[in-house]
Design a protein around this ligand. Structure first.
Ligand code: RIB
Length: 291
């Protein structure tokens, strides 16, 4: 099996249950709160590891948050390539409304203090055919994607949070681009190109409860994996769960259709649970999931 490497953010997620997402100027009383491990990068690493892949995370945290590293280790994520920064560990304030929707504010902190030499050293142990996961919550995702692509890795890039500039620069080194429907629309409008014209091999568009679409820009094949109807409690991290499970499936040489269905089941199960990394289902839970 190939190894999954993930250059990505590590956040402390602070959750607030709210009746609805606050409007500008509105003060709202939370009906509950909790905290846990999160960050798009950490969530994807944890998802891939829970799906059975061998995973190494490349990133940074601040001082005095050893529990964050310990939590990653407890999920079998390799942490040797995580630097300790003078900046604080990233944080996310996550409002979760009663319909499961969310609104997130992040403090990047240590996530944007990555050092190019460390990233390069972090990927030194990767082998051709391995997978690199990157997102847009760190610095150096462009450099990491370039190094990985030069080394023969397959780069899976989640263009979230959406940043047109960063996305455009990572695309030449990307094998498979992951977007939600809104990001796909924004990207096409910004670049004035259709998805088929992008310089990547594959594009995965997640469609929320409607499932996900796989687009091959080379063969022009398009297929959809249908959505699984569940009662949504918290959609936070569902996209990360999908990305991590997809990476693990591709690392295990699943065909695209099988990999997409596998990732879709994991993401649907995540939506039924509150939380992010800690709430991502295990492989055993996904296998017995009977919606
Ligand atoms: O995608 C969900 C993640 O976005 C949360 O875990 C939060 O930390 C933000 O990065």
């Amino acid at each position: 099996m190939k190894t999954v490497w993930c250059l990505g953010s590590i956040n402390i997620d602070l959750f607030y249950d709210v009746p609805h997402i606050p409007a500008p100027g509105e003060t709202l009383a939370a009906t509950g709160h909790s905290s846990g491990l999160g960050g798009k990068g950490a969530n994807q690493s944890v998802a891939a590891a829970k799906a059975g892949a061998k995973v190494h995370h490349i990133g940074a945290v601040g001082q005095n948050t050893d529990w964050v590293i310990e939590r990653l280790k407890s999920y079998n994520v390799g942490t040797a390539q995580i630097a300790i920064s003078d900046d604080p560990t990233g944080q996310a304030i996550i409002n979760v409304a009663s319909d499961g929707e969310n609104a997130i504010v992040i403090l990047s902190g240590a996530n944007r203090t990555l050092d190019e030499a460390a990233v390069s050293a972090g990927l030194a142990g990767a082998a051709p055919g391995d997978i690199l996961l990157v997102q847009n919550e760190t610095n150096l995702q462009i450099e990491a994607a370039r190094i990985a692509s030069d080394q023969g890795l397959r780069v899976l890039y989640s263009a979230a949070p959406f940043d047109a500039d960063a996305t455009q620069q990572v695309l030449p080194f990307t094998d498979t681009l992951l977007l939600n429907e809104i990001e796909a629309e924004q990207l096409q409008q910004t670049l004035k190109q259709s998805l088929f014209e992008l310089p990547v091999k594959n594009i995965v568009v997640t469609l929320g409860p409607k499932g996900a679409r796989w687009i091959s820009t080379q063969s022009r094949d398009v297929f959809e994996t249908p959505g699984i109807q569940v009662e949504a409690v918290d959609t936070t991290g569902a996209g990360d769960t999908f990305a991590g499970y997809l990476a693990a499936a591709l690392a295990r040489d699943f065909e695209p259709a099988e990999a997409m269905a596998f990732a879709g089941r994991a993401a649907a199960l995540k939506v039924t649970r509150k939380g992010t990394a800690d709430a991502i289902p295990t492989l055993e839970e996904v296998e017995v999931f009977d919606p």
